[in-house]
Write a protein of this length. Sequence first.
Length: 115
Amino acid sequence: VQLQASGGGLVQAGGSLRLSCEASGSRLGWSEMGWYRQTPGKERELVASIIPSGGKTNYGDSAKGRFAISVDDAGDTVYLQMNSLTVEDTAVYLCNVKNVFLNFWGQGTQVTVSS
């Protein structure tokens, strides 16, 4: 399984970023795809997840109303549109994909929000 994440970077507070994560290596596809984030000294937290078949989404409290998760028609690439970013959103964002056999984490992409 390979996860190719992109879209992180440095942005000013109030700005936007779009993360993407392309997953490959499973003929079964993915039952759930999501983004988590982690900062030093804190537990990894859910940002948002989506079930590709049907599109049901779940958001962490910090993401509600500001972020939007989506998936492409093939169910291979998951996106995270992040708006109204604050310095508290600074973290490493990790892509996660699951199916009945696999629970796989990407290496993460750094998002830094400056004040």
